[in-house]
Design a protein around this ligand. Sequence first.
Ligand SMILES: Nc1nc2c(c(=O)[nH]1)N[C@H]1C(S)=C(S)[C@@H](COP(=O)(O)OP(=O)(O)OC[C@H]3O[C@@H](n4cnc5c(=O)[nH]c(N)nc54)[C@H](O)[C@@H]3O)O[C@H]1N2
Ligand SMILES: Nc1nc2c(c(=O)[nH]1)N[C@H]1C(S)=C(S)[C@@H](COP(=O)(O)OP(=O)(O)OC[C@H]3O[C@@H](n4cnc5c(=O)[nH]c(N)nc54)[C@H](O)[C@@H]3O)O[C@H]1N2
Ligand code: SF4
Ligand SMILES: [Mo]
Length: 734
Amino acid sequence: MSTAKQAVDQWHKTQCPYCGVGCGLTVGAKNNRVVKVKGDATHPSTKGMICKKPIFLPESLKTQDRLHYPQIRVHQDLNMFMRASWDETMNHIGAKFKQVLQDHGPDAIAFYGSGQFSTEDYYVANKLAKGFLGTNNFDANSRLCMGSAVVGYASMLGSDGPPPSYSDIELADCFFLIGTNTAACHPVVFNRIKKHKKKNPDVKIIVVDPRRTKTADAADLHLSIKPGSDVALLNSMLYVLMTEQLIDEQFIAEHTERFDEAMANGMLWPPEKAAEVCGVTADEIRQAARMFGQSSAALSFWSMGVNQSTVGVAKNHGIINLHLATGKIGTPGNGPFSLTGQPNAMGGREVGGLSHLLPGYRLVVNETHRQEAADLWGVPVQNINTKPGKAAIEMFKAAAAGEIKILWIACTNPVVSMPDTDTVEAALRRAELVIVQDAYHPTDTTKFAHVLLPAAQFSEREGVMTNSERRITYLPKMVDPPGEALPDWEIFARFGREMGYLGDFSYETAADVFAEFVQFTEGRVCDYSTVTHDRLIQEGPLQWPVIDSQNKGQGDTGLYTDLKFPTPNGRAKFFPPKHAMPHEVADETYPLVLTTGRLANQWHTMTRTGKSASLLKGEPKPFIEIHPADAEKYKIERNKMVRIVSRRGVAVVPARITNAIREGTVFMPFHWGRLQGYNLSANNLTNDAVDPISQEPELKACAVSVSPVWLSDFEERMEKASQTEKKTELIAGD
Ligand SMILES: Nc1nc2c(c(=O)[nH]1)N[C@H]1C(S)=C(S)[C@@H](COP(=O)(O)OP(=O)(O)OC[C@H]3O[C@@H](n4cnc5c(=O)[nH]c(N)nc54)[C@H](O)[C@@H]3O)O[C@H]1N2
Ligand SMILES: Nc1nc2c(c(=O)[nH]1)N[C@H]1C(S)=C(S)[C@@H](COP(=O)(O)OP(=O)(O)OC[C@H]3O[C@@H](n4cnc5c(=O)[nH]c(N)nc54)[C@H](O)[C@@H]3O)O[C@H]1N2
Ligand code: SF4
Ligand SMILES: [Mo]
């Protein structure tokens, strides 16, 4: 230990750049490099707890494939780029923007950003697009992630943002985990739940997931439902709560409206009927409802198994209905707690980082909101387009159709992460100017860029992020970025100046940007208008909504604790969610349903975690999970290659035969992209059908067929050799 301590020049407190739990980290830097990462015991959200991923950050940050300089493509076919100065590059992009604005108008331009942006990055990019260029075409990967939760909360509770705090975990005696592999994806929250249960064995955990994940292993009750059938289950749970008098009539009468509609809808779902749709027993449904209804305090956690669905909003409504019907909201240990995916997806929501939002939980379709934003930006209200811009999937489809001419992609790797890779690649081939702003090159997406912009990443730039429990942390700059890489906000600000908006984008520091942004939160549910970088540095992380200049905001505060909701009449609104199966269901040609998701040791498209030999060790390559009965039916053998075909593409990966997955369903992790092997990518197969309200794609269900692939001896040797080679390459990048 002491040697590690001596090896560090300086320790810095910050937030983990991976998942939305937003753990506090203490990071050691030496000789301008991050060398050591541990938990920050003083961080009020997580008190020193962390998982494995950030520990290996030192291996992933300064690698040989970092992007050091701006580059402009000189030859399309040869994939050749020329180094350019920032001024030349901005000039080059600016000329094309001016031409497209003149010839096609602002909606021929689109920005695609990320929940891994800092709040400052988000703010400047949004301001540029929505306030100055006149297009609301600014969307983010959060659309693939939190889109349905944003709509679910806002429509029922009047505002976005999960009401509970992590400290509610110790106050709850029932955990309803639906569509979340918390053990793999939000491990620090999961460990906290497990620890609480260990101390209090009567605490109940219910898990709803078609797979028996590590999360499900910890459950008292695991409902292995068919992918996409959650709404039937949730409606039926409401049925049981109603028919067994487990609802809170007083709460319903005093604090909600439209219960009649939800009740009528719920009464259509007796457990026997839902059991058939969901592929579980009626008794299991009754048990789940009783555990929830009879608990003294219940927390629901959910993530992508709920949101990534063509009925993702309806699933959110179904979950929040259970809390409203039982009055389990706004009080200690109770509430609907969607788990945010990325480290600043919450900040992105506060800053208006989706194409229908404006900063401070405002909407582009609301005239008053547009006026308020225009006043703060000092622009005529006519500058802000009155219609929502294109959401992620629509944006790429419009580019593929030639409607969007310029695509600016920053801090996300859509060629791996968006559904139906062929359409995404077609969009990038067709667009006249593709700008990719990333920390690394090559990535699956930089391959299609006309201009590469080098971004400073975690530890190389300062900024603020908000975690899943609405806690705001300041992330300091600890080391210099490589070459001429710049923070994302600074790149957007430079471009704003290039476009002639000199005074409006002349920030000197991220603190200036933050100070401007927080004005948008004044008087809003997410008010943190008194917070500054300095205050966060001095006082440490702060949780909204209780922050004012006196109150430190360091207590754990829930939202709506006065049981008044930010709706016109102060009441929360029930919804009657309608069940529908996924857009694509199994049929004769494609007899299985593919669901996709994550592994504990990899982060998304692996540009960082894929560089760590330690993190790769357990799961070095993708695979398909298949039930033994299906394996037998389709002649699939253990660890042998399987060809998976959907209406959109093909993947070839080895089989993992396991009864942890339900019959008729198969699972693939989506971390691997075509760059690592054309047929390794799950999104070769997935469907880009979206929820009609949230526009979130159905990444969790598409119809596929599977068949064995018999490799010749020669191919098998080649396959083995290429795997060894890839491993060495990745290690060499350390
Ligand atoms: N290790 C790791 N952690 C991460 C990330 C990562 O890449 N790696 N990414 C972060 C981000 S951005 C996100 S969004 C979160 C995602 O966190 P999670 O949502 O927990 O992760 P997923 O693996 O995508 O999906 C969760 C589960 O949904 C189940 N599922 C599939 N279809 C259905 C369905 O129809 N109904 C139900 N009830 N369940 C279904 C899957 O079997 C899977 O186990 O993780 C965050 N944390
Ligand atoms: N099939 C399937 N597909 C999915 C999902 C699924 O469950 N199944 N989940 C979806 C979800 S929930 C999400 S959130 C997305 C995530 O998908 P992506 O956002 O595409 O995944 P990342 O690998 O996190 O991409 C981040 C990119 O930004 C770069 N980067 C890192 N730090 C910085 C920085 O500071 N600045 C800049 N400019 N670049 C930086 C990284 O190198 C990387 O290329 O995937 C979605 N895709
Ligand atoms: S749980 Fe999430 S935020 Fe916490 S250390 Fe792990 S990846 Fe980072
Ligand atoms: Mo996500």
